[in-house]
Write a protein that binds this ligand. Sequence first.
Ligand code: GLC
Length: 749
Amino acid sequence: MKNISIYLTVFILFLTFVACQNENKKTNDPVEEKVQNLLSQMTLEEKLGQLVQTNYGGEPDNWKEQLVNGKIGSFLNLSGVEHANELQRIAVEESRLGIPLLIGRDVIHGFKTIFPIPLGMASAWSPEYAEGAMAIAAREASAYGINWTFAPMIDVTWDPRWGRIAETSGEDPYLTSVLGAAMVKGFQGEDPTEDGRIAACAKHFVGYGMSEAGRDYNTTYIPETKLRNVHLRPFKAAADAGCLTFMSAFNDLNGVPTSGNYYTLQTILRDEWNYNGMVVSDWASIEQQIIHGYTETPKDAALSSIVAGVDMEMASRTYDNLGELLAEGKITEELINERVANILRVKFKMGLFDNPYTDETYQNTRVLTNESLDYARKVARGSMVLLKNEEQTLPLKKSQKVALIGPLTNAPHDQMGTWVFDGDEKNSITPLTAFTEILGNKLNYAVGLEYSRDKSKAGFAAAIAAAKKSDVIVFIGGEESSLSGEANCRAVLNLPGIQDELLNELSKLGKPLVLVVMAGRPLGIGEQIAQADAVLYAWHPGTMAGPALTDLIFGDYSPSGKLPVTFVKGAGQIPLYYYHKNTGKPTDPNNMILIDDIPRNSKQLSLGFTSFHIDYGIDPLFPFGYGLTYTTFEYSDVTLSSNQLAMDGSIEATCTITNTGNCTADEIVQLYVRDLFGSITRPVKELKGFKKITLEPGESKVVSFTVSPNDLEFHNGEKYVIEPGKFHLWIAKDAASGEYEEFSLDSAI
Ligand code: GLC
């Protein structure tokens, strides 16, 4: 008994010491002092006002009284620097405490200068581009009075049916983590008070990308191991990158809506990660807990979310019940203070108390500059992925007669992609404009189909005629932007409309056929790809789609993009991702009997007994990390500095890459590792690093990666572990290539 009391005393002393430390840390932090000082002056009504984010819809006068009384903490969907300044002025100069407003907007992949959709940008595998593009987006948005964006969207998904795959960085948690952190840095800079910076928002926390059936807002079931090893990783990277805000999501996660989920919002985000930023709900996602059937009334919904950890309510007003909940003793003022402090902390860190207003001349000098447009062209070039290039069909010569055909040849709105609130199609440079500029009268243009879903053959004859009098056909098809994005999910992954029929007619002409696809998702268009001699996947490339495309088509630059997501042959293969588990009966390509090879009257026990579809087999249309260039690269001499990795050491893995072709190009070299045995089953491969190199023809470079035990950490359902054992390592051009080297992680050495 005596021992226990000693231990208990020591434990209490320890807790007291920790609490003092934390208190000290807080009081020594100048921002914290300002937060606590302001909080101490606020009335309950003013505190509750900070928790409100309202959708801007009216004239400034509608809000005047609420702002003067400190009843609004933030607006969204407001644009126009004059309005922003007017609302800030009322809040700052006419309210009792002068607390500035957070003015939020969806600046997802550009503001006026539109960059490729995030899935396109991810195809460049470039943290530099991600940061640079978002820095331009921040500079342009801030010129319009916006000081907060609801980006980066860092949900991981395996489902191309989901419309919002367009907004993701693809299927891989490591790539999404690296690019998400870079985007946070682009928006916020090292110092968010710096001119031209805006607060970032890591969304949607968490697991939204697993919406069942790829149907938006659908339920998600994610076991702890998958939640930890896949979906939480990019959010931890964003938090570590200093992302000032998070956004909770629409989906219910294992039965608990993510906007009322204490485990994710408090236990993980706050307690484990010690995150002290702010959490905003998604649009009315607090109120939707009633529709989920998780809470009965708006008051219950407010209680659920305020306790779980949502600081600010977007668009709905359940938090108007917080006063009553406080009076009923269901929540404490300390809890309210915590929520308000998280919001005030962001406002102080953004420097809004010192600089709430925007210079109204910036909107004329900082937007759509030549530098920004040139950067958008560079990023769009880097985002396009060369999937096929038979007989070096590409690059084309500027002396050739080109038939330009297809519904996305001249679609200034659609080329910008989804989530473009402020981009203006009048600034888009389309492929038609760019091709015309280069080819002049050597261009034979016939749109063929007016838009991606067009079912009329009225344009076919002219298109075929244009093709007949040309040396080569360039068909630009795909999806209108409205076929992807929020709530725009597709169950079939084909080219919409009758694009396939027009392509079929064109392919009969015996001319070189180049297929360019603009889309918001990977499409299962194996047949159309087979009919083409060259295929360039351009995603929705943004404002500078045209010039970026002709830069590649005519060989001024070589394509360098690599797929950030597996391309399935058809929706029936979903989910299909490269870091799958081995299963107990892994696919044996030599023992895979496909549907047309099954003998008639064969007995049920005659097939391969391994994991595959008898119609599709097991291979994807294209693997994760895949992408061609105009040259060829040879990977050789993968070498490890040692085959034994000590728990406190590291090994260096190197590979020689040689440009064996005849043009300069970039190559994205990828590092994958497999953990052969673990306390839970482990993926057959996981991306652990990547590097982009540029090689002249004939040039070789040695690329090296350092692997340490921390890179091998995973969560086994109970805790994060690093387990000794055998590992395979690849340095390769994509997830389906290369030979492995083996190393072991030893606990002993
Ligand atoms: C939407 C989206 C979210 C967006 C928010 C504000 O419904 O889910 O990503 O930031 O509402 O527009």
